[in-house]
Ligand binder design. Structure first.
Ligand SMILES: [Zn+2]
Length: 398
């Protein structure tokens, strides 16, 4: 019975935390109404959350002539660390429970050597932890541009030349962090998670415009993973089997060979053009191309026009198959919205540009790393002398 009661208390604490995330700041009465719990149940739970430093008072509100104290999530109380891997680049993002980004760092790296990339990811993790002197940390999640086996903790990514690389074990060995705080997932899944965070639309498809093209699918509010965790690999839907070019996967005419970043850059400029310079960050390359398009450069505009058309063909397949309320275009699609997003029409499905651009995967990874606390707030220990004492790096280890 005791365990059952505690299980219910943890579930109710989690419910309050999620309600505050979605709608806060709220009065106790509003929180009771929003969570479906009674005011008498909410009161001790709020004390519990505040003692863990997760919530704080946020002034008063007056409803029906009666003043009520407002409660909100405490900014910076607990943070999630997201790492992201792209060919030639690594990134680190820190977000807190409110979704605010506290840090976004990017570094160049030869990602084709997994051991080297893991060394640098470990450096980024250590640097991120040093940036959290007063906060508890929930976990570290790595976004990979390929397949992620979350049970084995391994990643396979053709673009990185990674094959079943032990990301979780490798990071744990290098940082000494506990395995249960480390996780990985595909970049597209995590980007979809970031896009869905705070968006009431529960049927949403995120499409990543990068070297590889993949989708993160949210249906009825939940991520669709598929039987073998391979749902969303839409870049390899064959749209032109006869006349298409060869794909990294070995087939011919995959959608990715039409709308992937490599195909797009190739269509935009000759090989010696600086947009192909791997030293340039993707946002810098897109800024160059946007400038050319705005000046009316014929080759750039032609490439944009043909990419928008090929994008529309594939999107119609996604729309027919999944009937989403919304499709969010990320990566380079979002960097050139006037030409690649605005012309898209998919019936009643709204097509929008991601506001997060190339950082969506990293932010989603940081948010996903917070799930451990959102699922069970009691993993954050009660603070000895009030929330102002902060916590240590080991704070949330319970
Ligand atoms: Zn392919």
């Amino acid at each position: 019975m005791q365990a059952q009661t505690e299980g219910r208390r943890e579930a109710n604490l989690a419910l309050l935390l999620r309600t505050l995330r979605a709608r806060g700041p709220l009065s106790r009465a509003q929180l009771a109404a929003g969570s479906g719990l009674s005011k008498a149940t909410v009161a001790p739970l709020l004390v519990n959350l505040e003692r863990r430093g997760l919530t704080e008072r946020a002034g008063t509100t007056t409803t029906q002539g009666r003043p009520g104290e407002l409660v909100q999530l405490r900014p910076g109380a607990v943070c999630g660390i997201g790492l992201d891997v792209r060919p030639g680049h690594l990134g680190a993002t820190i977000t807190d429970l409110t979704g605010d980004v506290h840090l976004r760092r990017q570094t160049r790296c030869d990602t084709s050597v997994p051991e080297h990339a893991l060394d640098r990811l470990a450096d980024l993790t250590r640097a991120a932890l040093e940036n959290l002197p007063r906060a508890d940390w929930a976990g570290v999640t790595v976004a990979v541009p390929g397949r992620a086996d979350r049970t084995a903790g391994t990643a396979t990514a053709t673009r990185l030349r990674w094959r079943e690389v032990a990301v979780v074990d490798g990071l744990a060995a290098r940082t000494g962090l506990p395995l249960d705080r480390l996780d990985l997932d595909t970049e597209a899944n995590l980007a979809a998670y970031a896009e869905h965070d705070g968006d009431p639309v529960d049927d949403l498809v995120y499409l990543n415009g990068d070297h590889g093209v993949a989708a993160g699918v949210i249906a009825n509010g939940a991520l669709v993973r598929g039987a073998d965790n391979r749902a969303g690999e839409v870049g390899h839907v064959v749209l032109d089997p006869l006349g298409g070019t060869c794909c990294a996967c070995g087939r011919r005419g995959c959608w990715e060979t039409q709308v992937g970043l490599d195909a797009f850059l190739h269509a935009c400029a000759p090989r010696d053009d600086r947009v192909h310079d791997p030293a340039l960050a993707p946002t810098e390359r897109m800024a160059i191309l946007r400038g050319r398009a705005e000046r009316g450069d014929a080759r750039t505009l032609d490439a944009l026009h043909r990419t928008a058309e090929a994008l529309a063909s594939g999107l119609s397949v996604l729309t027919t198959l999944l009937n989403p309320r919304k499709i969010v275009l990320g990566g380079y699609f979002a960097a050139l919205p006037d030409w690649l997003v605005a012309p898209q029409e998919q019936g009643r499905t709204r097509v929008t540009a991601s506001a997060l651009g190339f950082t969506a995967g990293g932010k989603g990874a940081a948010l996903a790393a917070l799930r451990r606390v959102l699922d069970d707030p009691t993993v954050v220990p009660v603070k000895e002398s009030g929330p102002e004492t902060g916590g240590s790096h080991e704070g949330a280890s319970a």
